[in-house]
Design a protein around this ligand. Structure first.
Ligand SMILES: [Zn+2]
Length: 311
């Protein structure tokens, strides 16, 4: 039995889609969380079936008499926030897919809000994570890709298309790695988990996963250390550039590869500190996310529970 009104949260990513019921204090309802695979090879019909199955399952966990306030959807980008369309870079079957309409067809009687996953992370960090009390922050994910979202002046900034905060595709000086988006030297093309591993491989390191790179780093492997330092530096340069543009105080970083070693935050913050003439840049601090693996779903739920912060 719950007295708190609930939001249905959906998180659509490149490998899975998840849904859960989340209460007004940002807690997932036990046994309401469901996941289904997505992936590059999935057809559009398979992706729609995965979304439908997790939504129907989570909805079935709604306690009798509980109020459902609405549905928040966080999606990998790019998206079209006006039309409710998604085109996740790592889900090629969906280009301009009407995800919001699909969810509305399942839940026609409540509001359905779609935003980029990075904006949901920013909301979650501000609500229950490392950004509590901070109104000028970026939530950032460093994983198979690099994503993010901005909160400025206490409000999440979607931009006219919903794609503001795409920090992964900010170009970084001194690097010429080719990015899938068409850019050269995008931080995602340098410093994501797979790209860091690939760089280490090119230097002669033998291993294939971020976990192996993490172990090699901890064991003092010189190439692993150089690879992590290079990626941390690139992330820090991207953050410094973003801070020069929008005057951030805090950057909360989560995602699998952010755990490669706690030292990565040292490399990131050292790069930020190089902008010695700009105190407004060097004040920015990169910290580990304080969210658990529930973070993306909490952020999607915040689109409903914290709607006053969502533009
Ligand atoms: Zn790019």
């Amino acid at each position: 039995m719950t007295s708190s009104p609930l939001a249905l949260a959906i998180d659509l990513g490149g490998t899975k889609v998840e849904a859960a019921l989340v209460d007004a204090s940002g807690r997932l309802l036990p046994a309401s969380r469901f996941r289904s695979p997505t992936g590059r090879a999935s057809s559009s019909e398979e992706l729609a079936a995965s979304v439908t199955s997790v939504v129907v399952s989570a909805l079935a966990a709604l306690p009798e008499g509980a109020e459902l306030l609405g549905v928040g959807i966080g999606s990998a980008g790019p998206i079209d926030v006006q039309e409710g369309l998604v085109s996740p870079l790592n889900l090629p079957a969906w280009r301009g897919y009407p995800l919001r309409d699909l969810v509305v067809s399942l839940l026609p009687d409540v509001p359905v809000v779609l935003r980029m996953d990075g904006q949901c992370i920013a909301l979650a960090e501000h609500w229950v994570g490392a950004g509590q009390g901070c109104d000028n922050l970026m939530g950032m994910i460093v994983s198979t890709g690099i994503g993010g979202g901005l909160m400025l002046g206490g409000a999440v900034i979607p931009g006219p298309t919903g794609n503001a905060g795409h920090i992964g595709h900010v170009e970084v000086g001194g690097f010429d790695d080719i990015c899938d988006c068409g850019g050269i030297g995008c931080v995602e093309g340098i410093a994501s988990g797979p790209k860091t591993v690939a760089w280490a491989n090119r230097q002669g390191w033998v291993g294939s996963t971020g976990e192996e790179l993490s172990a090699a780093y901890a064991a003092g492997d010189e190439i692993a250390i150089a690879a992590v330092a290079r990626s941390g530096r690139a992330i820090g340069q991207a953050i410094a550039s973003a801070t020069a543009l929008v005057d951030l105080d805090l950057i909360a970083i989560g995602g699998g590869f952010s755990h490669v070693t706690p030292d990565i935050f040292g490399y990131i913050n050292a790069a930020i500190q190089e902008r010695v003439q700009f105190g407004f840049v060097t004040k920015a601090v990169a910290v580990p996310s304080a969210l658990s693996g529930d973070g993306p779903l909490i952020g999607s739920a915040a689109l409903i529970h914290r709607s006053q912060l969502v533009r």
